[in-house]
Write a protein that binds this ligand. Structure first.
Ligand code: T5A
Length: 197
């Protein structure tokens, strides 16, 4: 079983994903990263100026390596919680940067070999709320500094994707306190995946 957690920067994904992984003893990974190559690409992606298409291809390259090297083997052993996956690329590079979305769909399919999550939890919240959480960080990365208009497009892109795939997505209110989101996520996992918790 593959569960992915999605949302704009500062939505609380990592907080939720790590809490769920700990509670259920699921394997946790984040994207981009999780492999030696992926961590190197992550560093480049977050700190080096580049064109939008270059950015898209680097995210996909990191994902291709990750799926084969780490994700598929981990899924053979048990359940996985993944902090960002293919929907991030559609939301950020597709809706946010305006790259052709059918191209992204096909690139996502290539990079993953068609591996889809059974459940995707989208933490949705106003951009201002998310930005107020990340605003105090020292040394913002290249994507974090894109500003409110960019993140409005990304948020809208996530919501469009979620509404088009209701069988896979559950949208949770990201403005709730972490404990409440955690409880709702547990209920969602139990209900959607018929897991006895
Ligand atoms: N990206 C990634 C793409 O553009 N395309 C892609 O294909 C992929 C895979 C990754 C960047 O790459 C982009 C998206 C990103 O910009 P990252 O550092 O991993 O960079 O960025 P994020 O995943 O966005 O990580 P963040 O830490 O910024 O956001 P999270 O994980 O959503 O938030 P979290 O849990 O770290 O929480 C942020 C703060 O809010 C508090 C936490 O304590 C923390 O201080 N918080 C809450 N506060 C109030 N209420 C809650 N419910 C809270 N939950 C957490």
């Amino acid at each position: 079983m593959l569960i992915t957690i999605e949302g704009i920067d500062g939505s609380g994904k990592t907080t939720l994903a790590q809490a769920l992984a700990e509670k259920f003893n699921f394997t946790y990974f984040r994207e981009p990263g999780a492999t030696i190559l992926g961590e190197k690409i992550r560093e480049i992606l977050l700190n080096t100026p580049m064109f939008p298409e270059t950015e898209l291809l680097l995210f996909s390259a990191a994902r291709s390596q990750f799926v084969t090297e780490k994700l598929r083997p981990a899924l053979e052993e048990g359940h996985v919680i993944l902090d960002r996956y293919i929907d991030s690329t559609m939301a950020y590079q597709g809706y946010g940067l305006g790259i052709d979305r059918s191209f992204i769909r096909s690139l996502n399919a290539q990079a993953t070999g068609g591996l889809q999550p059974q459940l995707t939890i989208l933490l949705d919240l106003p951009v201002e709320t998310a930005m107020s959480r990340t605003g105090n960080r020292i040394g913002h990365d290249r994507i974090e500094v894109r500003g409110k208009n960019f993140f409005e497009l990304v948020r809208e892109g996530y919501l469009i994707t979620a509404r088009a795939n209701p069988e896979r997505f559950e949208i949770l209110d990201g403005t709730l306190p972490p404990e409440k989101i955690f409880t709702e996520a547990i209920c969602t996992i139990g209900r959607r995946l018929e897991v006895v918790i």
